[in-house]
Design a protein around this ligand. Structure first.
Ligand code: ADP
Ligand code: MG
Length: 539
């Protein structure tokens, strides 16, 4: 070395590393790119994305969380944005695109400030102050109601946010019925567990054939044609072991020296199954739902006894069956008795499309409800399933909280105006960031307008003017292509969804802003970004 000091190497040579402004810029760009990817899907007039994987499987969707889940995202901060969508989906079921677009816009607005020399810590602080204010404002602007019409509008808004295309009203009514059916009141508080509503799909037929089933639908047929197709007064045994003879037992018996004894062993096997079925019969069961396989001989004996049996029932379905029928899952047939059986008024095999399914209706627990989706193709029913799940979640949340906000960008426009006024009262450098927060919110109405082919700038000017005049519920009327009152248009989003979307967008944006060094580390984390976006927000 010539005179100069030896550099101290703390990282291996060749380690990938981005520092300071470069790191920040690259991170912001990656996050913005993700937001841009889902932007065009926002709202009823948003477009769909077609995702094609390496073996050519296709998913067509308008759902932010689904699109991002299917996308092969590599950049670490881009992955953090994808986590926001996931967290939004898991916690509240809707508003995923909104959360991602907001996160991207928070960073875009921050970029302008960074260029003006505002430090990222100041921006993060300003955003946090604004978020606190926004939370209070959202609470005070929320409209209290949880009647059926409100639930219907919330469901309708979530459904129309997706391009299901047709039959919205009919589907929204199904959702309201389902949510009301599973709602429970405990200590004066309404709770709705959406997982009580089982959404099943079977392609074929039309969307209008989608129906509410007062019980559970299992996508399995009875195992033997001689079994009854309908069992009234069903007493249901749930078994999670195979009604088969274990391999090892057979192998032990294969050591036959005298050929004439084969017949004996065959009849011994048959006896074993007969005894199994006798145990089932002795318990009083007339329906057997088995999580594992059922041997042909066992099927034969079950059919002979007039017992309806289904095999290879999904584990998740078994759990739902426990809840619905009050049955206890047994592993050993010796444990099967009257008390372990579940009850339902009827178990029936029905032909749906080309398949046969098992309907368990009039369950002991009336809170067991299913929606069976029908529709032309696999893609249609799959996208419908996603829309319906969103709609069920928002209706359930609204039933629980009894609070909603006007949609169509109305709440974002109102919040933006109020936060801008609030910024003036704060002053200091943070004021700039609070103003950027206010500006960020406008991305929602602007994108809704843009996606429906309206002039985004003019529409936003009209919308802002309307809010300045005190029309706090005015938003982008997509059927009218004009600024209209979202309350009378019935475009409602639950308070919880909006709040969560904003909170997680702010959280991830500030987290990304604070990063000034990206270093390739030895081991890649098993899943998700550090800090885990799924947890409680630190506000
Ligand atoms: P997200 O994944 O964020 O829920 P969506 O594509 O479902 O995205 O779009 C949701 C947005 O569309 C919300 O702001 C909602 O208020 C708005 N929206 C839904 N239906 C309408 C409508 N009929 N008119 C105007 N805006 C609507
Ligand atoms: Mg939605």
């Amino acid at each position: 070395m010539l005179g100069g000091q030896m550099p101290i190497l703390i990282l291996k040579e060749g380690t990938k590393r981005e520092q300071g402004k470069d790191a920040q810029k690259a991170n912001i760009e990656a996050a913005k790119a993700i937001a841009d990817a889902v932007r065009t899907t926002l709202g009823p007039k948003g477009m769909d994305k077609m995702l094609v994987d390496s073996i050519g499987d296709i998913v067509i969707s308008n759902d932010g969380a689904t699109i991002l889940k299917e996308m092969d995202v590599d950049h670490p901060t881009a992955k953090m944005i994808v986590e926001v969508a996931k967290s939004q989906d898991v916690s509240v079921g809707d508003g995923t695109t909104t959360a991602v677009i907001l996160a991207g816009e928070f960073l875009k607005q921050a970029e302008f400030l960074l260029e003006q020399g505002v430090h990222s810590t100041v921006i993060a602080n300003g955003y946090r102050i604004a978020m606190n204010e926004a939370k209070k404002l959202l609470e005070s602007l929320a409209i209290s109601a949880s009647d059926d019409n409100t639930l219907r509008n919330v469901a309708l808004t979530a459904l129309s946010g997706k391009n299901t295309g047709i039959a919205y009203d009919f589907l929204a009514d199904l959702v309201v019925k389902a949510v009301n059916a599973v709602a429970e009141e405990r200590n004066g508080k309404v709770t709705v567990d959406p997982s009580n509503i089982k959404v099943d799909k079977k392609n074929g037929g039309s969307i209008n054939d989608t129906s509410l089933v007062n019980g559970l639908v299992i996508d399995k047929e009875k195992v033997h044609p001689k079994m009854p197709s309908v069992v009234k007064g069903a007493k249901i045994a749930l078994i999670d072991s195979a009604l088969e003879i274990k391999k090892t037992e057979i192998e032990a018996k294969v050591q036959i020296t005298d050929p004439s004894r084969i017949q004996d062993f065959m009849s011994q096997e048959s006896d074993t199954f007969k005894r199994m079925v006798e145990k089932v019969k002795a318990s009083g069961a007339n329906v057997v739902l088995c999580q594992k396989g059922i041997d042909d001989l066992a099927q034969h004996f079950l059919a002979k006894e007039g017992i309806y049996a289904v095999r290879r029932v999904k584990k998740s379905d078994m759990e739902k069956l426990v809840k619905a029928t009050g049955a206890r899952i047994v592993t050993e047939l010796d444990d099967l008795n009257e008390k372990a059986l579940g009850k339902a008024e009827k178990v029936e095999e029905k032909k749906i499309g080309d398949d046969r399914m098992t309907f368990i209706t009039g369950c002991a627990n009336p809170k067991a409800i299913s929606i069976l989706i029908r529709g032309g193709t696999d893609h249609v029913v799959s996208e419908m399933e996603r829309s319906l799940n969103d709609a069920i979640r928002v209706a359930a949340i609204t039933k629980e909280d009894g609070k909603y906000l006007p949609g169509g960008g109305a709440i974002e426009a109102e919040l933006s105006m109020r936060i801008r006024n609030f910024a003036n009262t704060v002053g200091g450098r943070e004021q700039l960031a609070i103003e950027a927060f206010a500006k960020t919110l406008e991305v929602i109405p602007r994108t809704l307008a843009e996606n429906s082919g309206m002039d985004p700038i003019n529409t936003l000017i009209k919308l802002k003017a309307s809010h300045e005049k005190g029309n706090s519920t005015h938003g982008i009327g997509l059927s009218e292509n004009a600024v209209v009152d979202m309350s009378s248009a019935g475009v409602y989003d639950p308070l919880r969804v909006k709040k969560h979307a904003l909170e997680s967008a702010v959280e991830v944006a500030t987290m990304i802003l604070r990063i000034d060094d990206v270093i390739a580390s030895k081991k890649s984390a098993p899943s998700g970004p550090p800090g885990g976006m799924g947890g409680e927000m630190p506000y």
